[in-house]
Design a binder for this molecule. Structure first.
Ligand SMILES: [Zn+2]
Length: 531
């Protein structure tokens, strides 16, 4: 599962925010999987122990480790006898570019007598992406420096903002009560301050982090140094003058910094930093990188339906090598999303070894680049290797092997726009009810307004944007999320197998139904129109 964006992506409330009524049972029967084909805890454990081992070094997109993980999947799929459905066998090349700060990047503070240089990535870290589809912040900033204190209360009204480079502290004034202090120093406080400040048209924003938010700078600088995006028109092609958001830089307050009032010791009184001007220029260097989605198909058996697909998705990439934590630096990504990756392998094995395949074809996509911003699924849905409207549903699995064995989050039936996943949600419920031990579904995240914004954070989102009915299964977040401690030994393999059984039965049901899981305009015309 991807991280939430730090920033300003403003989520528009969907017109579909109503019908929270419990779904009604689906009238369509389905054939449960035959016992011989059911995914087993043993095979899932065997595969995940390898796939999330240290030797894969965290499967980071754009590295050889990613390509070895893809090769592992392809070797298994070949042995199982599946058909490749990428653009070259099982592989679909995903062209990416990496970005790095160029040597012309420069931040300076000048006074009438001298010019001081602030070192990029050490003193100041630029925010290059504010999330969503927003254009990047400006790459140039120039203006007189003002200090806006802690950016609380009337602070922004007590100094000139427009056209100035504004420095503020993400923290709390001295003698603030502890709970209030925690809120003012938090990561979300950064976003809140930016949202107030940007509409006042500063020429640049410099946020100095304190307290709980201090590690954001480290994290962003690390992410920046390995950021990837889909190849295409450069986002910084948009001229600076047309970008709505000014340059945003983050750093730490330090004694004697030219960004703070002389002798600053925590006094938050806003003031103009007379005689000081800030100049910033960010140079981005871009370099091509090849990554790969892994795509496989089990052909359907019905002549009329086999050109349509039930798609399963997971992401096989993870975070790679992290700063050492008790001597360990490999982000194994056993749950995220090794669990979904091996679950799809077990499904591939189950469908390939079943006595007869379902009527529709089954498509498997192991996406790359999810952790870098859902890149592989964005590419696949823009360049699908089967017609996108031939995909009748997409079932996404990301982090499905942890937490309460009985409980599973279901995301999509309510959150996807225009009710496009509502009928699919009904099928999910009926398939779950037919299990010997149905899951207790948690629907807290099936909403565009849940604080965690889970709907936007995994690959199903890109399919939903193309109008495909989607359902996203996850067993939820945990203390090992995005840490080196997300290990295979912490997976509940019985639960993983149980989620996989639900997914198997769901895919089988969808693939054998005459009709797509969408609203039927009328009974009479339904069959013809929805094939
Ligand atoms: Zn993740």
């Amino acid at each position: 599962m991807g991280k939430p964006y730090l920033g300003l992506a403003i989520v528009l409330a969907s017109a579909f925010a109503c019908s929270a009524a419990p779904p009604t049972p689906s009238p369509s029967p389905f054939e449960p999987a035959t016992a011989a084909s059911v995914p087993t805890a043993g095979e899932l454990k065997r595969d995940l122990t390898v796939f999330a081992s240290d030797s894969f070094r965290g499967r980071e997109t754009g590295t050889n480790d990613e390509r070895r993980a893809a090769a592992f999947l392809v070797a298994r799929l070949t042995a199982l006898g599946l058909t490749g459905a990428g653009d070259s066998g099982f592989y679909q090349r995903v062209p990416l570019v990496s970005q790095a700060l160029g040597p012309a990047t420069r931040f300076t503070v000048s006074t009438p007598s001298r010019t001081m240089t602030l070192i990029p990535m050490i003193d100041l870290v630029p925010i290059l992406d504010i999330g969503g589809d927003e254009p990047p912040p400006k790459a140039n900033a120039e203006g007189a420096l003002v200090f806006a204190g802690y950016g609380v209360g009337n602070d922004f009204w007590n100094v000139p903002i427009k056209g100035h480079v504004v420095v503020l502290v993400n923290g709390a004034p001295p003698r603030t009560a502890p709970n209030e202090r925690a809120a003012l120093e938090s990561e979300s406080a950064i976003t809140a301050r930016l949202e107030r400040l940007i509409p006042m048209h500063p020429a640049g924003i410099i946020i100095l982090l304190t307290g709980a938010s201090t590690d954001v700078a480290t994290r962003i600088s690390r992410e920046l140094s390995r950021s990837l995006e889909l190849a295409g028109p450069s986002p910084d092609a948009l001229p600076d003058g047309e970008r709505p958001v000014p340059m945003i830089l983050i750093g730490r307050p330090s004694a004697g910094s030219p960004l703070l009032p002389p002798g600053w010791t925590g006094d938050g009184t806003p003031r103009v930093l007379h005689g000081r001007r800030f100049t910033g220029h960010i140079e981005l260097r871009r370099q091509g990188v090849s990554s790969y989605n892994v795509v496989a198909v089990v052909p359907g058996t019905d002549p009329a339906l086999r050109r349509t697909y039930v798609a399963y998705g997971a992401h096989y990439d993870h975070l790679g090598i992290l700063p050492p934590d008790h001597g360990d630096s490999v982000a194994n990504g056993a749950d995220d999303d090794g669990s979904g990756s091996v679950a799809l392998l077990a499904l591939a094995r189950a469908f390939a070894s079943a006595r007869s395949a379902p009527r529709r074809s089954i498509l498997f996509v192991w996406h790359v680049g999810e952790e870098k911003g859902l890149l592989g699924s964005a590419y696949f849905t823009e360049h699908p290797t089967v017609p996108i409207d031939s995909i009748v549903a997409q079932i996404n699995a990301d982090m499905i092997g942890r937490n309460n064995p009985e409980s599973l989050y279901v995301v999509g039936p309510l959150a996807a726009p225009h009710g496009q996943s509502r009928v699919l949600g009904e099928v999910v419920d009926s398939v779950n009810r037919a299990l010997a031990h149905p899951f207790v579904f948690n629907r807290d995240w099936d909403s565009l307004s849940s604080p965690e914004q889970i709907y936007y954070r995994s690959d199903h989102y890109n399919y939903a944007r193309k109008g495909v009915p989607i359902v996203f299964f996850t067993s939820g977040l945990h203390a090992d999320y995005h840490r080196v401690t997300d290990k295979p030994a912490k997976i509940d393999y019985d639960k993983l197998a149980h989620v996989d059984l639900l997914m198997l039965n769901l895919g089988t049901a969808l693939a054998n139904r005459d009709i797509r899981p969408v609203e039927q305009p009328s009974v009479v015309s339904a069959k013809r129109r929805t094939r």
